[in-house]
Design a protein around this ligand. Structure first.
Ligand code: B12
Length: 339
């Protein structure tokens, strides 16, 4: 199957999932398999590529949330259908795969689960948002050769850290993945993961060729989550309430907000607090500045001017008088916003 043909199939597949056409989408995947494309490639180059396009369509407001949800639900079914076509004996060993606590992107992890299964692993897929203590109980019950942890959103990094530490303390090496761990997996290393892979294919190769990795003890000086992080997390509810109370005084348009707009604004301020907390936790302001840049784009495609985001950031900043790192991060982010 040529690259051009995959491209054509991808465009068609995207149309089908955007239309909620489950059978049509399964037929496209089946045709690729029939043409000789390996199942792992169908998963990454068709389903994965389409899901990334879905993300762009959602971010640019061309697709609404309902259409994204429906398309993702179809992709989940297609993935199951692709997996069901190929039985592979489990000869390599056993892997527990989970999304970190509060991480609801279950599909990327499920894609990895199928790829590993196709490569001969027995995979215990625990799904989205797995609380750390339940993950550890599962490890004690099953004794896997590896834990694969997925984190797509950096706000979940503190929980990922807790999970990585607990898995390693239980003697099971951790491979981390998902865009939440940073562009080159830099936060996976910082948080003590034994390995990191950018894609499902890379994870399959790493686990097949080079596992378990040699044990490296945690760096004793590693200190994450300073005082500012702790205070910010504790004061999150008041931070949002206070910002919402002050909003109409500094942004008169908010007087005319309906309930949905009020809820969306409170949610956005919550995201500001969460991304700021994650940036403080790992000591990297890029987490926050990237988030603000991304939010400005998402809001602008919904007709919300950058001024509104500046107001939200200022309302949070004004409450953080004793937080020099947080203030520095907010100021850098504001400086990067379009005028
Ligand atoms: C579908 C979707 C959702 C669904 C998920 C449903 C489900 N069952 O998965 C729902 C609606 C729940 C959702 C929610 C949110 N989402 Co969302 N979502 C997506 C979307 C469109 C597709 C996800 C997907 O399936 N990707 C497909 C796979 C193939 O992506 P991939 O990264 O290439 O995956 C590979 C690697 O990551 C790696 N990998 C993944 N896990 C692991 C684990 C290990 C161990 C290893 C080694 C490798 C590995 O292997 C994968 C396969 O090769 C993405 C867009 C995107 N680009 O991914 C946004 C996206 C991830 N979401 C985003 C956002 C912002 C959110 C929300 C915050 C939205 C909101 N305002 O509430 C929430 C957060 C929820 C939470 N706390 O988890 C943003 C994140 C941006 C950012 N700044 O980080 C994205 C990028 C959308 C965008 N274009 O902006 N989302």
């Amino acid at each position: 199957m040529s690259g051009v043909a995959v491209h054509v199939a991808l465009d068609h597949y995207l149309e089908l999932i955007g239309d909620g056409d489950e059978q049509g989408a399964i037929d496209v995947a089946a045709a690729l398999l029939d043409s000789g494309m390996p199942a792992q490639q169908v998963i990454s180059d068709l389903i994965g590529a389409a899901q990334r396009r879905v993300g762009e369509l959602w971010a640019s407001n061309e697709w609404g949330v309902a259409r994204e949800h429906a398309a993702t639900a179809v992709s989940e079914r297609v993935l199951a259908a692709v997996g069901a076509r190929t039985a592979v004996p489990a000869t390599r060993g056993r892997i527990t795969l989970a999304c970190v606590d509060g991480e609801w992107h279950g599909l990327p992890a499920r894609m990895l689960a199928e790829m590993l299964r196709l490569d001969g692993w027995r995979v215990d897929f625990l799904g989205a948002s797995v609380p750390g203590r339940h993950l550890i109980t599962h490890l004690h019950q099953t004794g896997p050769d590896a834990v694969a942890l997925s984190c797509m959103i950096p706000t979940r990094l503190p929980r990922a850290h807790a999970a990585i530490t607990a898995c390693r303390a239980a003697g099971i090496p951790v491979i981390a993945g998902g865009r939440g761990f940073g562009p080159d997996g830099r936060y996976a290393r910082l948080l003590g993961a034994d390995a990191w892979a950018a894609t499902g294919e890379e994870a399959v190769a790493r686990l097949a060729d080079d596992w378990p990795p040699p044990y490296v003890a945690d760096h004793p000086g590693t200190f994450l989550g300073d005082e500012e992080y702790t205070h910010l997390v504790r004061s999150r509810p008041q931070l949002i309430t206070c910002a919402m109370d002050r909003l109409p005084a500094v942004y008169p348009e908010a007087h005319h907000y309906d309930q949905a707009q009020i809820d969306a604004t409170a949610e956005d301020i919550g995201h500001i607090a969460d991304f700021l907390a994650a940036a403080l936790y790992v000591g990297d302001e890029a987490i926050f500045t990237d988030f603000v840049e991304w939010t400005a784009e998402v809001l602008s495609s919904r007709g919300v001017p950058p001024g509104a985001l500046r107001v939200g950031l200022r309302l949070v900043r004004d409450q953080l008088v004793d937080f020099p790192m947080a203030i520095k991060m907010i100021d850098s982010a504001v400086a990067g916003l379009p005028r």
